[in-house]
Design a protein around this ligand. Structure first.
Ligand SMILES: C/C(=C\COP(=O)(O)OP(=O)(O)O)CO
Ligand code: SF4
Length: 423
């Protein structure tokens, strides 16, 4: 079994990770909030940073498209852009805070504990600004390089409480860009813990945000999808093979988890960027399960749920459903290949049988004949003859971590390819 603490290389685990008594995570976060070395808001360089960000990430073409109801026709190509797409509020905020940190600490060493968000170009910009990424060796983060007085940025996904404690113990200056929506989920997990409920987290067990979220729980179980949730629900109702259960969730539960003991009282939480409909259905499934197991009058003693689906995820998925209702010849979904929310947008296109390509930048469009893209559960591959002849409609959307510039570059490349195809 794996807990978030394994992210820390053994020789770099400070007292935080080695303490035998469970950490009072709520008290720790409260004390961190009062520390002079902890920052979770900007440093007053907002205006200067907004200018830099606009130059790096915004796009004139996208502004034009927005003013035109998100439709643009040039030659044989009509582009239909989703009504909600691209940078969410939490991403803008986190990236701006990282830029502000660089301005505030121009000479100090600045580290970041993971990618700030799942977009390669944004992470590259940080590297160019001299931000250093904590290396992962043999599956463990190596914090031995971080020294007292160094600045350490916590990404938009947050960080595990053990990492925060280590950095605090080390005397680092912590710039915490965790999205408040993510922190809201942590608060739900704290409430589960207070009443000795197990947190069932709908998410990917190895995703940074889920690692952080589960680090606030005493007991947790991460379920990836409805199939896994149903397996757990069946176990609650009818029992089952404990060895099989523990093997199935070996990497996705808290240390010492016992399904016979720890599924009597459950609270549901989620990784903020999962498919909204699935998170809701999983919540309802566990509510029904506990009602069936313990009776409706005892439901409140065995089940807890708070709405922690983030607005940005909801809006982008709703806009995608609206977009795929209109006829189109193909769909391009733009976003990092490790971006969970982008992948869910791609899932929606696939469900509707629309030929669709998930790319992480315009450079994946090699020419009018070939495109490199990532299929839903596969590795990057090359598709030939991806662009149909004649007049076409192309649907476009992008994930919450994708800059508008990447969308503009993609659209321009589609126009250019189509022109060449017609020659
Ligand atoms: C930072 C963040 C969302 C922004 O999109 P990302 O693509 O960076 O992240 P995710 O979809 O969770 O893989 C966490 O909610
Ligand atoms: S997707 Fe939601 S939770 Fe994630 S950074 Fe954006 S606003 Fe925050």
């Amino acid at each position: 079994m794996e807990t978030p603490v394994t992210d820390l290389a053994p020789e770099t685990q400070d007292s935080a990770a080695q303490t035998a008594a469970p950490l009072d995570t709520k008290a720790f976060r409260r004390s961190l909030n009062h520390s002079d070395n902890y920052f979770r808001r900007g440093f007053g360089h907002g205006e200067a940073v907004a200018e830099t960000m606009a130059t790096s990430y915004q796009s004139g073409l996208i502004q034009e498209l927005r003013a035109n109801g998100n439709v643009l026709t040039r030659g044989d190509v009509t582009i239909r852009l989703a009504q909600a797409f691209g940078f969410c509020w939490g991403v803008e905020r986190a990236v701006a805070m990282a830029y502000e940190a660089r301005k505030q600490f121009p000479t100090e060493r600045i580290w970041i504990t993971n990618e700030i968000i799942h977009n390669p170009s944004v992470n590259d910009h940080l590297r160019q600004m001299g931000v250093l990424f904590i290396e992962v060796n043999h599956g463990q983060k190596d914090f031995s390089v971080v020294e007292r007085g160094d600045v350490v940025i916590l990404p938009a996904f947050g960080a595990s409480v053990q990492e925060m404690q280590l950095l605090n113990d080390r005397g680092c200056i912590i710039v915490d860009t965790t999205c408040p929506w993510v922190a809201k989920v942590w608060n739900s997990v704290e409430k589960h813990k207070k009443s000795d409920y197990t947190s069932i987290v709908h998410g990917k067990y190895n995703h940074e945000e889920t690692i952080a979220t589960s680090s606030f729980a005493n007991k947790y179980l991460v379920v990836l999808n409805m199939e896994q949730a149903e397996y757990v629900s069946n176990y609650i109702l009818h029992g089952g093979d404990k060895t099989e259960f523990l093997a199935k969730f070996a990497k996705a539960c808290s240390q010492g988890f016992d399904p016979d003991r720890d599924l009597d009282r459950v609270g549901v939480a989620n990784q903020t960027t999962m498919l909204k409909s699935e998170t809701e259905a999983i919540g309802k499934l566990f509510e029904r399960t506990m009602m069936q197991r313990f009776g409706p009058d005892k439901l409140n003693d065995h089940f807890m749920s708070f709405n922690t689906i983030c607005d940005a995820t909801q809006e982008r998925q709703d806009a995608m459903f609206e977009l795929v209702d209109a006829p189109m010849d193909l769909m391009i979904v733009i976003g990092g290949f490790n971006s969970s929310n982008t992948t869910h947008l791609q899932e929606i296109a696939i469900e509707r049988n629309i030929p669709s390509y998930h790319i992480d930048s315009a450079d994946r469009i090699l020419d009018e004949r070939a495109i490199e893209h990532k299929p839903l559960h596969g590795d990057i591959e090359r598709a030939e003859n991806w662009l149909p002849a004649g007049p076409i409609t192309v649907g476009i959307t992008s994930g919450a971590s994708t800059p508008d510039k990447a969308v503009e570059e993609t659209i321009e490349r589609i126009f250019a390819c189509k022109e060449r195809l017609a020659q």
